[in-house]
Every structure is written in C-alpha cells, then in structure tokens.
Write a protein that binds this ligand. Structure first.
Ligand SMILES: [Zn+2]
Length: 135
C-alpha cells in the first residue's frame, strides 16, 4: 500500500508550526519525490482563521517556481486543525484542487491519537494515506 514517508525532523516541524500558529490554522507545502517528503515550505494563510486556511496564488506560484528550480515535486499540502479532529472538513473536500497531492492535517492537541494524518481527496472522496515517520 502507498505510504507517505515523512522524516522525523519534518514531522516535528509540522507539529511546531501547528502550535506556533494557534489559535489559527497553519499551512504550507511539502516537497520531495513521489511520496517521500524532503522539504517543507511554510506559507502564510490569507485567512488567519481557526477553521480555514488559504494560500494566496502569488505565494503558491513562488513556491512552485522554487520547486521547479530545485527539481522537487509537490508531494502534499498541509494545514492544521487547532480544535477537533484532524480529518478533512467539508471545506477541505470542496477546495482540494490538487488530486495528486497528499493533504496533511496536523493536530496540535496533546491528546491527538495521530497528530499528523494524510489523505488523498479526489472528486470529494477521501482516502487516508498511512504516514511513516522515518529517521
Ligand atoms: Zn481543514
């Protein structure tokens, strides 16, 4: 089965980002090759909201340009859910414009059973992708 491979230090970065942006959602892109994450690109949410995020098109283009220049692929898009479950919301499903990208949702909650979860969202359908934290 397909598995997203996330280095331990980047897993920690995602948790730190989710906590640092409280009470709002954080967001950004994950780059690498295939389903191997190699780099995280933080983005600024245009919404500054605890229940939604939005990356401005200009910032997105800047990041995509850097990916091309560094011969990296878009692996996924991450954001956090400061409260509640870290599973895709109705809004997340509606606005999943990248069917080939993994959508990572991070929970900053201490009691989250799985603080980083990944999903493919295609035509509104959600499929969870196991995350393997690697050294
Ligand atoms: Zn969400």
């Amino acid at each position: 089965m397909a598995t997203l491979r996330l280095p331990q230090r980047l897993y920690q970065t995602l948790l730190e980002e989710a906590r640092r942006n409280l009470p709002n959602e954080c967001c950004g892109l994950l780059a690498g090759h295939g389903l191997e994450v190699e780099r995280i690109f933080r983005a600024r949410s245009a919404l500054a909201s605890p229940t939604a995020y939005e990356i401005r098109p200009r910032e997105l283009f800047e990041i995509f340009r850097t990916l091309r220049a560094q011969k990296l692929e878009l692996v996924g898009i991450y954001h956090s859910h400061p409260t509640g479950d870290n599973a895709p919301s109705a809004r997340d499903r509606e606005r999943a414009y990248y069917p080939d990208a993994a959508y990572l949702i991070v929970s900053p909650r201490q009691d989250a059973p799985q603080p980083v979860r990944a999903f493919f969202i295609r035509e509104g359908g959600v499929r969870e992708l196991p995350v393997e934290v690697v050294a």
